[in-house]
Structure formats: C-alpha cells, structure tokens
Design a binder for this molecule. Sequence first.
Ligand code: GLC
Length: 445
Amino acid sequence: MYKFDRKEYERRMEWFCEARFGMFIHWGLYAIPARGEWVRSFEEMPLDDYMRYFRAFDPKGYDPSAWAKAAKKAGMKYIILTAKHHDGFCLFDSALTDFKSVNTPLGRDIVADFLCAARAEGLKVGLYFSLIDWSHDDFPHYGDRNHPMRNNPLCKNDKRDFNRYLDFMHGQVKELCSNYGKLDILWFDFSYDSLRGEAWRATELISMVRELQPDVIINNRLECSGEGFGSLAEGHPTPYHGDFVTPEQIIPPHGLFDPNGLPVHWESAVTMNSNWGYHAHDYNFKPASMLIRKLVECVSKNGNFLLNVGPDANGRIPDESVLILNSIGEWMSKNAESIYGCGPSGLEKPEWGRITRRGDTLYMHIFDNTIGPLPLYGLSPDEIGSMYMLSSGSEVPASTSWVHSDYPELAFAALGPNPVLPDSVDTVLKVCLQKKGDLNCSQTT
Ligand code: GLC
C-alpha cells in the first residue's frame, strides 16, 4: 500500500520553489521542416518521408553552452530539454533504437553535451521524455488520436504488442536515469484517452525512477496532460503521482489548491511565440514586458514559470527569443530578489499590479502608477517597517500627505513627485513589515 510522505515530498520540492523560473527547450528533427514539433502528426507524414530529416540533421551552430548561458543570463535557475519528443527521435545515445542523434550527421549525444553545459552554468537540469512514440512499431497507429498514421487503414494494430512498447519505453527511461548523472526533473508527456496511469505500467516505472534518481522531481503527466491535475492535487496520491501540476499555455486563474486547501506545486509551461518546436513563420512573440509580468503572476500565485525556446535547424535559439531573454535578464538582474524563493503575499491583488512575498518582506510589483501616493492595500501604517526601491536600494518613505487623510487605516508609500515609474514594466517596491502582522500565506494575490 503506497503511503505519501509529505515531509519527504516538501524536502525534494524545496529547490524547485526557490527557483521559480526555468527554460524549456524543444529541439529535434522537426526543426528542419520548421513547422512545429507536431509536423509529422499534423501533416500525417509517413515515417519514410520524415527520415529525410534524420539523414540531414547536421546543426552547424549547435552549442549547448550558448543555450545554458542564455538561460542563466535571463535569470532562469533550471533548464529542461526534450530528450525525446513524440516523433521518437532520441537526442541521447539509446541502445534500444537506431533513431538517435548519434546516428545523424551531427553524430553526438546531445543530451550528454547539454547536461554537461547546463551543469557548468550551475543550472538544475531536467529532461522531457515523451511517453508517446510515433516511430515505434508497437505504439498504436490506426485509430489513435494523434498518430501520424491514425487514418491509414494499412496501419492497423493487430500485430502491435503494447507491452513490448512499454518494455522499450521503460528501458529508455532507465537509460536516461542511469547514464547521465543526477537529474533534477523528469518531465513526462503525456497521457490521453485510455493511455494513462497503469496503462503505462506507471507504478513499476516510477519505482525504478525513484530507485535510480531518489531526489528527482517528476511532473504529473503519467496521469494527465496540460489538462487535469493528477492524483496528488486531487488529494488521493497514487504511487506514480506527479510532484507538480503542469498547466500549459495558461496561468491558473487562482493558483492551485488540493481539496484540503493546501497549496499545490505547479509550473506553467508557456511558448514565447505560438509553437514549442522551431517554426519559421511564427512571429507571434510575446513581448518581454508581458513575460516579466507573467513570471511575477506565477510567483504571486505560488507557481513556477517555464518559458520555452525552440532552437532552429542550425541549433541556434532564434534572435527574437534571445532579445526577449536578454530583456528579461536585465529586469531580473535588478529585481530577482522579488522572484526567487518568493510566493503569495496573503493580501488581495492590488489594482496597480501584484505582490510577491518572502517571510516578512513584501515585494510590490507596480505595473501601473497611481495618482498620488501608492495605496498599500491590506496594510495599516503601523505594519510598515521600512521601504526601499528594490532596483536602487534607495529608501522610500511612508506617505504622510493630507490627500489620503480620509483613509487613515491604510498605509501609503510616497514614491516621489515624478508620475512616471522608473521601470515602466514593473517597478518593485520592497516593503519590510514590522514583525507583528501574521498574514495568511496560503492565499493568492
Ligand atoms: C504538449 C505537446 C507538446 C509539448 C508539450 C509542452 O503536450 O504535445 O508538443 O511538448 O505539450 O508542454
């Protein structure tokens, strides 16, 4: 009978909560057609056609250390690479298949290089691993919801042996957990229809993973996908429960809580443009200003932000993404204290922005200046100890102006006479509380 050990669980989650911000990298053969990582499925492309990308894969600009440096410069604390996506192409040297990067013209074990480069930058490392494999004979083809051959009656499943597929899939997870040193995150993707939980022989898989990688953090997609929360969040953890929930292309409107009201760990995975894998014609990039505020939103709701980049067929992170990462990094270089190790404030969300909190320190993220002194919603004047502009360290006085004399129970900060905020994206006011207020930290702002 499985017994969930919350203490042990919270111990292994500690670094993840501290980190708050990570990089997702989707990279593989699909960078060559440059129409996103689902290209084979969307276009119902036969494997033989797709193999031309395998023969052509020779990314001249491949430099995992540049990826890791870009993540670090942006202020990210961890980095996750697609070791294998749904197409089945392995970026690692699996003994169980020939469909791997060492057999392409590149001839390298990308996962090994990547882990080495990321660790050298002091980043925590994770691997994404697709539970689905469209290149394997024993994975359901005809009639499956997603398989490229789903509509091809010649690809019926009579001779396919799903258990043989599972032996193979478990074997690959074992390789990743045995041959590449300590992994900090395993990011499985994904369950659907009847393929979930024990259909993946999940108890067996997770007990093997936990044995080989005792501290690894595992996501919830052996049970669900971007949809669904998983058994831990639902309050009845299975032996293969995920350690964190993985909302995709959305930030949970109210944060996430289990049925007992306990906060649930989560990580929102978000693309910079509209695709995970490189797409040559996708210029729908989210501005850095927006992404900075979304990172703050995640932290204020007790979650992490996993921001994706899709390197091109030469192995380079697109210029647009690099510029965005650099702008985020510039903001982080002055304001990271309001992100790392921070969480919800327990105060209502203010009209002018959001609040993050670490212990007795509140970080007021001001997106939109007010007329006159800034109201510190939920705080009375005697609760304020000291206040500073986070980026400069200069002291900010509490306001004593007559203009708010009608609101004596509310504290106000005097940001100064200039109505234009020093940082138009997010000016952070650090507020150190007098240590008597005991706010309820489990609420979200
Ligand atoms: C999805 C997609 C996938 C992407 C992932 C990231 O489930 O299948 O292409 O890797 O989400 O969250």
